[in-house]
Design a protein around this ligand. Sequence first.
Ligand code: HEM
Length: 410
Amino acid sequence: MTTLTADYVNPLVTTDQGFLNNPYPELARLRTEAPIWWCEQNKYWIVSSYADVQAVLKDVNFEKQIQTWKHAPSTILANFIPSIKFLRQTTSKWLLNLNKPDHTRIRGIVGKAFSTSTVEKLQPQIEELAAKFADQLDTAEQPFDLIEKFSLPFPLAVIGLILGIPLSDAEKLKSWSNQVVGLIGGQRDPKRLMAAGKAMREFSKYLEPHIEERRAHPKDDLLSVLVQARENNSSLSLEELISTSILLLIAGFETTANLIANTVVCFDKFPDQAAIFKKDFSKADAVIREVLRFESPAQSAPRLAKEDVVLSGHTIKKGDLVWVLMGSANRDALQFEEPDRFDITRDATRNLAFGDGIHRCVGAGLAELEATIAIKTLYERFPNLRVAGPADYRAPFGLRGPKTLPARVK
Ligand code: HEM
């Protein structure tokens, strides 16, 4: 049933720490009582059941370019604040935000770089990087923050390697990305939007000489592939080239970092499951799929209705904004038996953690490979790896992972 009153916590905007740490009871209530909920206060729909989330993601009548939504807070701000205008211009060219035919064109170029065979070739280098960051945990003062020492720098180094960005610039990239990544998670606060715009401008300026260098001397990296795609058939404008590189950097590491951290938290809460894994590391793939389902690093995604659409009996009007909740869908009992049980022996392949339809995550294979390598490396080297303090989860809810993760290996 649709409710028109704010009877439920809006997961996308709440900063309530109790909710953020365990949103699932409230999401279950939403799924049962109002799976397609019109949130009057924020003027958008929130869709939470597996069937409806998947239907929206697969339906071509639900599109991107959500900055054109009539209630978008940045629409008015962009008229007055140049940094927000710049932010809107750049993010509107993100693959993640494009509709056909631009989406098809750029996805074709980027998709090749993330194909299964290309990603598999990277395995030895990814293993080397994981080992390098794990080495540092041995000598780190105990307890340490696993996010700072391992789960963030490792995927950042991997995506830097793929794009061809020097490791020595990792700190700069991390800081820009921190300011911008909230946008993917649904950040709408004007001050943060301004900071994100400023970071995005610096990020763009930083990339320009790297692009120039690849034009003169192409290398064996993704930035060169993107530059050549532009050079050869002009199918990528310079703005698209820059915004695609930025998106890949951002989308490619914070989400994967959360997946690694969420796995360590799950194993700490469910030591019986950790014990099964530690006896058989070949289960790493299944572990990661179950963590993707149980604690989805990307919890939500937006769509705009291109036409009036009837979804499970509710009419979504043309121009309405819809947020789908993948993390809630992944806890739907109609799809997964005993969904609140963390069980690495179940088949969790149908999880929607990477989305579905034409925008399904282009880096899914890479993220899964990185995460399996990360947990094998960590638990092989440090079977006594344990969480050593409270792990509060971050706001906004859209990107799910702990703020810090105190841990010990000894
Ligand atoms: C655990 C890690 C990751 C998770 C949970 C995740 C999740 C997602 C989700 C849910 C979407 C679809 C959003 C939508 O439909 O609106 C998406 C799209 C995307 N992801 Fe990921 N992602 C992860 C890792 C990565 C990595 C490693 C990369 C690249 C290096 C990447 C690049 C992208 C890009 C470019 C898109 C846009 C695809 C398109 O619109 O066609 N992601 N991701």
